[in-house]
Design a protein around this ligand. Structure first.
Ligand SMILES: O=P(O)(O)OC[C@H]1O[C@H](O)[C@H](O)[C@@H](O)[C@@H]1O
Length: 275
């Protein structure tokens, strides 16, 4: 059995946060007095060498299937061990800084020089800022996502708001269209919405509303595998009703081009409100 990955936990009294060095994955976050906001399977342990379906995986430098056959789903950053640069706390807010460069990991499917920085800020809100710097001398194409697993009481009872009017690609049916109204999930859901709108998840079971805002990302992805597909994912299994992924992404064909010397920033913010 593989080892438990190294994690860093900080509780400022305002919020508690835990981040794994592997994937720079925010595994847990909860403002003081609140239930956990991110999904983690209640019984299946997180293990080294296997990116968990939990917390906030960093998908980078592509989203979904890779540019070459055999390239890992969602890129190579989520299975790499990032360098922890610092943890600082000030006024009840903790910030953890992580970095990844080609000295740490490369992949033949994306053979470009880069510097990737993730700053995780845990206070009354959770904020993740993912900054990609092109340190080479040619433009690069970048796909990415901050793939948050939001913990909910029962995914069948939540209402996802904010997507009305957005062009949508349904990865389950292969169809394109325009989304109308609120989104209520009634089966396997895997949709890429071309919008940068704020998205809220109203959860009557836990009596709370999760508010997601993001910048630097042209897409919002909503995913839940439902029972059949969930059964084939060992750290989802029958816990599938306990989350909905609301991801901020630049998914193909909305990958971004980063010019030499430039930095592209993707920021994801999460807030909890009472219903
Ligand atoms: O199992 P993974 O590689 O972590 O991917 C989990 C899911 O991530 C995203 O939400 C994609 O849109 C889905 O198509 C994919 O199934």
């Amino acid at each position: 059995m593989s080892a438990t990955p190294r994690s860093r936990a900080t509780d400022t009294g305002t919020a508690a946060v835990e981040v794994l060095d592997e994937g720079a994955l925010v595994l847990r976050w909860a403002p003081a007095g609140r239930d956990p906001v991110l999904f983690v399977h209640p019984e299946v342990p997180v293990r080294s060498g296997r990116p968990p379906h939990a917390g906030v995986p960093v998908c980078w430098p592509w989203f979904g299937a890779g540019p070459q056959p055999g390239a890992p789903s969602h890129g190579f950053a989520r299975s790499a061990t990032w360098r922890h640069l610092a943890t600082t706390t000030e006024g009840g807010v903790a910030t953890l800084a992580y970095r990844l460069t080609p000295d740490d990991v490369t992949h033949p499917a994306w053979p470009h020089p880069y510097r990737l920085d993730l700053a995780v800020t845990s206070g009354e809100d959770l904020e993740l800022s993912l900054r990609t710097t092109n340190t080479g001398d040619a433009p690069v194409s970048l796909g990415e996502a901050l793939h948050a697993y939001l913990a909910v009481g029962d995914v069948r009872q939540v209402t996802v708001r904010g997507l009305d009017g957005a062009p949508v690609h349904d990865k389950v049916t292969g169809r394109d269209g325009v989304h109308e109204g609120d989104l209520v999930l009634t089966g396997e859901t895997d949709r890429v919405f071309r919008t940068d709108a704020a998205v809220t998840v109203e959860d009557p079971v836990l009596g709370r509303r999760l508010v997601v805002t993001a910048e630097g990302a042209g897409d919002r992805v909503v995913w839940n595998p439902w029972a059949d597909k969930g059964a084939g994912i060992d750290d989802v299994g029958d816990a599938w009703p306990g989350f909905v992924c609301v991801e901020a992404a630049n998914a193909a064909p909305d990958a971004v081009i980063v010019a030499p010397g430039d930095t592209h920033a993707l920021t994801y913010r999460l807030r909890v409100e009472d219903l």
